[in-house]
Design a protein around this ligand. Structure first.
Ligand code: SF4
Length: 358
């Protein structure tokens, strides 16, 4: 018999075969592992049959307590599992897995804003775009966007003097790095650009990050063409590679943005023993969930919830938290793996039209 037979007996006598999320705790009540299953009892009992040395065997040997919550359906169990793992980082969940890192592009809030690739979103007044799954590629692409549009990438402490300010300071400033002479930076450090011109370049970058503008691509195409005309094939080849990377990045942006926009609907999920639920999703985030409304009063309440959720001001593609990124990617993956689930969704407008009591 397994050394942790008390736990096994508890599962055998109390757990039911229905969807849920389970948690194993260690002797100090630390959360060791979180899992989910559509049949909690069967899944938990399988841990006690694991061969010696297996990860599951190690887990039940170390655990001193197991607990589970029933969740009406697999979709909700998946989301709950993800949130618990994110919050508590249980050792057995994260030990053998590299934590997935998402990157964002930060547009700083400074007189001469910078574009920075970051892996954390903080409340500092900057705007964040993303999430992007390819962190390493992003580093290079952000650098290239900055070079193409002439945005600075020097430290935030660099003094900034726009040309419209030089008169005030009455002094010519030498450029503080080579990029000014290479013309890859508008050089707000030495008055070579006006605040309006620099702001325009930042706006172009923002629109590119939102998948709404292609200016950086056109700029590189132009340079490629000019280089070919003057038979500078080396530079033309450099520009061609840069163009390809920027285009791939743009495709990622557009594809991801498309997926997120597309994940805005009311989703009905059948649940265990008729515990059906309604999930209100907006841009891939679950804004609210409620029991599937059966009577007139319940439909009125649901219609009100839909009005509230979809009537709120939309913050646009910026302003994402890392937890949101994980949730969006999880929801996107769920509908990619289960395309048939789309049949259970309705746009908020359609739901209200069909179900709101007259
Ligand atoms: S040229 Fe000036 S503003 Fe541009 S990156 Fe260099 S130091 Fe910064």
């Amino acid at each position: 018999m397994h050394s942790n037979s008390a736990l096994r007996e508890q599962v055998r006598s109390q757990a039911e075969d229905r969807p849920g999320v389970y948690r194993f705790f260690g002797p100090g009540e630390e959360l060791l592992y979180v899992g989910k299953s559509v049949r909690v009892r069967t899944r938990l009992l399988s841990y006690f049959r694991a061969p010696r040395g297996d990860k599951a065997w190690e887990l039940v040997n170390e655990a001193s307590r197991v607990a589970w919550d029933y969740i009406p359906n697999e979709f909700a169990a998946l989301v709950r599992e993800m949130k618990l793992i994110q919050r508590w980082q249980p050792r057995f969940n994260v030990q053998h897995k590299r934590r997935r890192i998402y990157a964002f592009v930060k547009v700083t809030r400074e007189p001469a804003p910078r574009l920075l690739p970051v892996t954390r979103v903080v409340d500092d007044g900057a705007t964040y775009y993303g999430p992007f799954p390819r962190v390493v590629a992003l580093l290079r692409t952000v650098r290239e966007v900055c070079h193409v549009l002439g945005l600075r990438d020097c430290p935030g402490t660099t003094p900034i003097f726009f040309d419209d300010q030089l008169e005030i300071f009455n002094a010519k400033r030498p450029p503080r790095c080579l990029r000014a002479d290479l013309r890859s930076c508008l050089a707000p450090c030495c008055g070579r650009t006006s605040s309006a011109e620099y702001r325009k370049a930042v706006e172009t970058a923002r629109r590119f990050l939102e998948g709404r503008a292609e200016a950086p691509l056109h700029e590189v195409e132009e340079r490629m063409r000019e280089a070919a005309e003057r038979m500078d094939f080396e530079y033309a080849a450099l520009m061609r590679d840069r163009h390809e990377r920027l285009r791939a990045f743009r495709d990622d942006l557009v594809a991801f943005r498309g997926r997120v926009e597309d994940l805005t609907f009311v989703y009905r999920v059948p649940g265990f023993r008729g515990d059906d639920r309604l999930y209100l999703l907006r841009r891939g985030r679950i804004q609210r969930d409620l029991p599937y409304p059966k009577g007139r009063k319940a439909r009125e309440r649901a219609a009100q919830a839909i009005d509230d959720v979809y009537g709120e001001r939309d913050l646009g593609p910026g302003g994402l938290e890392p937890e949101d990124a994980a949730e969006i990617l999880l929801v996107a993956r769920w509908f990619r793996l289960h395309p048939e689930e789309r049949r259970r969704t309705l746009s908020p407008e359609r739901w209200l039209e069909e179900k709101r009591p007259a």
